[in-house]
Design a protein around this ligand. Structure first.
Ligand SMILES: [Fe+2]
Ligand SMILES: [Fe+2]
Length: 213
């Protein structure tokens, strides 16, 4: 049976999901961290700082992913696309939790700007979903494509001894690739080059700021 929700139900649900994403307790599938079996090598202070900077960027990326999918889920037109957005958001919840755990292991903090990134990304997801399902899927496909490229770069930038962070990024990359392919198979429309450039620009700002803040 398909249950319909009132506006106030949806609002409470949305606020709950946003707070959980921002407080590192996201709604997730609950898969264990891929880092669990990797050796926790001793890192030098500067390697530890660098690894923490990279993992903070990836954690903020996952906050953005949560927000995008939450926004797109609300405005999706068809039930099947709503479900697809919901499922992807759950997997992004795993990623967020894994990155938060690794940051704690590295004795570091999540970005102080995550609330701003959540709000901005939620707005983008909301608009993308409202424009239409094919465009919303196109937005997912392009976002995930850019995320895979970014993760490849970060895997190479991690200190070579930091296998725990590497295991997490490799597992995330596999999921992001799947999200991209799922969006393409569901009928993603190719985005105009200008929109792609705006997305790249926004992600560059996020990467630069989250590494330090
Ligand atoms: Fe992710
Ligand atoms: Fe993803």
């Amino acid at each position: 049976m398909c249950r319909s929700y009132s506006l106030s139900d949806s609002l409470c649900f949305g606020i709950d999901r946003a707070l959980r994403a921002l407080l590192n307790n996201p709604v997730k599938t609950g898969r264990p961290s891929p880092a669990i079996d990797a050796i926790d090598a001793r890192l030098t202070a500067s390697d530890r700082r660098h690894a923490a900077g990279l993992m903070r960027v990836n954690h903020t990326g996952e906050v953005c992913a949560q927000a995008l999918y939450h926004g797109q889920h609300i405005t999706a037109h068809s039930a099947s696309i709503k479900q697809q957005m919901e499922h992807a958001a759950l997997e992004e919840g795993d990623h967020l939790a894994w990155c938060a755990m690794r940051l704690a292991e590295l004795d570091s903090h999540t970005s102080y700007l995550n609330v701003l990134w959540y709000l901005g990304s939620f707005g983008m997801g909301f608009i993308a979903g409202a424009v239409g399902d094919r465009w919303s899927l196109g937005f997912v496909a392009e976002t995930e494509h850019q995320v895979v490229q970014h993760l490849e770069k970060h895997c190479a930038l991690l200190p070579s001894q930091d296998k725990r962070s590497l295991c997490i990024l490799e597992a995330m990359k596999a999921d992001e690739k799947k999200h991209q392919q799922d969006a393409m198979h569901a009928g993603a429309a190719p985005l105009p080059p200008f929109i792609k450039q705006c997305m790249t620009f926004a992600s560059k700002i996020m990467v630069k700021t989250a590494y330090r803040l």
